[in-house]
Design a protein around this ligand. Structure first.
Ligand SMILES: Cc1cc2nc3c(=O)[nH]c(=O)nc-3n(C[C@H](O)[C@H](O)[C@H](O)COP(=O)(O)OP(=O)(O)OC[C@H]3O[C@@H](n4cnc5c(N)ncnc54)[C@H](O)[C@@H]3O)c2cc1C
Length: 323
């Protein structure tokens, strides 16, 4: 195993028992490893689906390192920080890459602090510049981009919301067990009761119909739910609807909500702010309904209807129901 490998770090299982966003980060890692002439490794903490070996093979991973420990099931932030830092001290990675989940916002900066390395959050893309890497990151809540050049061993956290091209075929890897001493770890944050949401996750939906402030009132949100139901999809929302208590936060799409990748995304009464689009721009097809022809959402939409959502929605619900 070479020093300076690019290492993708994951913990906690999402859909299919695989860590959330692992393919997107492996895709970014594979490009960086190739540009830097080094290998790509994957450090998986805690329980891991059997399909991980197959995914690792398809993304050109050289070693799938797997650490299991009672403290990693489920993995608390203190255990993750200790495990990744211990691994980095032994394996001297060229960079540690993580998918920016809520947990990663806590873990990534602490790992960097413990290792005395740089950290870049909100990463969007990456390039190799000699022995350094240049990361383009979203800044000021998504309104602008910042470019950072950082040295070897940095911790890089990505908002990976772009569609990943179909990976090449590759032989499945067998996970290699790595032993990391977590005996001294005491979790300092105790989850008293995890938030529970009913129904399937927005992140996995194939069709999403989202409503925004243009709906005018909380009562009108039921039209969004009706259209989503008629299309066999799920209902999403822009952040003001969550802030104002029209819907719970499991429906929020965007930078500070869910990062979704449906085939069809219907945005109704949503202006198309960058923070919202961060959660849906990887959709296969975006359809927008907005009464303002200049609304930014039309720049992203393949199909647009310029008009009053409250007049158009009942027609769409009828048409979808008649299908
Ligand atoms: C750090 C940060 C993080 C953020 N994270 C998120 C996030 O995760 N998700 C998110 O959504 N936002 C997020 N925001 C907020 C974001 O910047 C926008 O303010 C928000 O997305 C706007 O929501 P909206 O489009 O529903 O409302 P508005 O911007 O008010 O737009 C309403 C739209 O509805 C149209 N409209 C009005 N009436 C009608 C009608 N009758 N028929 C049809 N169209 C109509 C208007 O023309 C307008 O385009 C974040 C902001 C910051 C600073």
């Amino acid at each position: 195993m070479s020093d300076n490998a690019i290492v993708v770090c994951t913990w906690s299982a999402g859909r299919d028992g695989l860590p959330e966003g692992c393919e997107e980060i492996l895709h970014i890692g594979r490009g960086l490893a190739a540009a830097m002439g080094t290998e790509l490794n994957w450090l998986a903490l805690g329980p891991l689906a059997a399909s991980a070996g197959e995914i690792a093979g398809r993304y050109g991973v050289a070693h799938l390192h797997h650490a299991e420990d009672a403290k990693l099931d489920p993995a608390g932030a203190d255990a993750c920080v200790a495990a990744i830092a211990a691994y980095a001290e032994t394996h001297a990675p060229g960079a540690l890459l993580v998918h920016q989940t809520l947990d990663a916002r806590v873990v990534a900066p602490r790992v960097a602090g413990r290792l005395g390395r740089a950290v870049v959050m909100n990463g969007i893309s990456i390039e190799a510049v000699g022995e350094n890497v240049q990361v383009t990151a979203s800044a000021y809540g998504g309104d602008t981009r910042a470019v950072y050049e950082v040295g070897g061993g940095s911790v890089l956290s990505f908002i990976a919301n772009a569609a990943v091209p179909e990976p090449a075929e590759g032989a499945a890897l067998t996970a290699e067990s790595v032993s990391l001493d977590l005996s001294g770890v005491e979790e300092r944050v105790r989850v008293v009761e995890p938030a529970r949401f009913e129904g399937p996750r927005l992140d996995d939906a194939d069709i999403i119909v989202s409503g925004g402030r243009g709906l005018g009132s909380a009562d009108n949100y039921k039209l969004i739910e009706e259209l989503a139901g008629a299309l066999g999809g799920q209902a999403g929302a822009s952040r003001p609807l969550v802030d104002d208590g029209w819907v719970d936060s499991s429906h929020q799409v965007g930078l500070t909500g869910r990062i979704t990748r449906p085939n069809l995304y219907v945005a109704i009464g949503i202006s198309g702010a960058s923070q919202h689009m961060a959660g849906c721009s990887a959709a296969g097809t975006i359809v927008a309904i907005n009464r303002d022809a200049e609304a930014a959402i039309f720049q992203y939409a393949r199909y647009g209807i310029c008009g009053d959502a409250l007049e158009i929605l009942p027609e769409l619900i009828r048409a979808a129901g008649a299908r």
